[in-house]
Design a protein around this ligand. Structure first.
Ligand code: UTP
Length: 297
């Protein structure tokens, strides 16, 4: 099957980020830094690597730092130029977006992820689109969304990134009911948002990367309230099981839940250790910490 090319991506960033209060009282969660880049930069880089050309942010009050982040910074740039800091100028280049490539929409109340995605319906029109949740950061040789685009070209329909989780953790995710397991791709016969451990239909949990048919926007038009009284994206995707088909994709890579404190700390360690400029000093420090805590036991 040859599917339409995926060139648009929605970044829902209108959530309150309560798990990171008080930090998120004044800093958007997506601006919090993993080593030296804000979470949103990792998501943008992943989207670019997958061929995305139009970036649609669904924001809310208090998120203006996000909009500024993607602007040029003429004073800073001319100062770096004057000081011949070419490497830093290159680093800044990755934060700039071509005029017209980025759009900001407001979700005026946090009514759920499905509602946030629906806010982008007019900009999406009749095309398939990607959704990336920036608080899911994925370390992978080939970026996760690029892996998915490749698989999606064969399946069409809707595709969600999945990973295996123990039953006790299923209640924190959307979970797939598996129809046919083809290895890296799984055909779903249903999807349940935040099931109880004993009711989870499988151990395949959905994480924050999606390639969706525009039909999902039509399904969201119904504004059906789901788990937690929110408009759930999972429910609107599940409606396509009987329609264009829903596929889970087992990506190759490691996902960090940077929406939680423990996940953010784990990602900081992993990304710190993967950086050639930090690895030696940082790993020596971690070894020392471990040795000290063993000695204290
Ligand atoms: P989360 O469930 O992590 O919620 O949303 P949150 O508000 O960001 O954080 P906590 O749980 O209060 O700490 C998952 C993604 O969906 C977006 C969030 O911005 C995040 O990227 N979202 C959620 C919206 O854009 N709008 C909503 O109404 C809800």
């Amino acid at each position: 099957m040859r599917s339409k090319k995926v060139t648009k991506a929605v970044f829902p960033v209108a959530g309150l980020g309560t798990r990171f209060l008080p930090a998120t009282k004044s800093i958007p969660k997506e601006i919090m830094t993993l080593v030296d880049r804000p979470l949103i930069q990792y998501a943008i880089d992943e989207a670019r690597a997958a061929g995305i050309k139009e970036f649609i942010f669904v924001t809310s009050r208090g998120k203006s730092a996000l909009e500024d982040y993607f602007d040029t910074a003429p004073e800073l740039e001319s100062e770096l130029r004057r000081k011949n800091k070419t490497e830093l100028l290159e680093v800044l280049k990755a934060t700039n977006m071509d005029s017209g490539a980025i759009a900001y929409l407001r979700q005026n109340r946090p009514m759920g992820l499905g509602h946030a995605v629906w806010c982008a319906r007019r900009l999406i029109g009749d095309e398939p689109f990607a959704v990336l949740l920036p608080d899911d950061v994925i370390a992978a040789e080939k970026p996760c969304l690029a892996q998915m685009v490749e698989a999606y070209e064969e399946t069409g329909g809707c595709m969600v990134a999945t990973m295996e989780v123990p039953p006790a953790k299923a209640s924190a995710y959307g979970v797939l009911d598996i129809d046919e397991d083809m290895g890296s791709v799984v055909k779903a016969r249903g999807m349940v948002e935040k099931p109880k451990a004993e009711e989870a239909p499988s151990n395949l949990a959905v994480i924050g990367r999606y390639i969706l048919s525009p039909k999902v926007m039509t399904n969201l038009n119904r504004m059906k309230q789901g788990a937690g009284g929110e408009i759930q994206l999972t429910d609107a995707i599940a409606d396509e099981v009987e329609g264009e088909g829903v596929y889970g994709f087992r990506f190759r890579g490691m996902r960090y839940d940077c929406g939680s404190k423990a996940g953010f700390l784990q990602a900081t360690v992993a990304f710190g250790l993967s950086r050639p400029d930090l690895r030696d000093e940082f790993s020596a420090y971690l070894d020392e910490m471990v040795a000290q805590s063993r000695a204290a036991e």
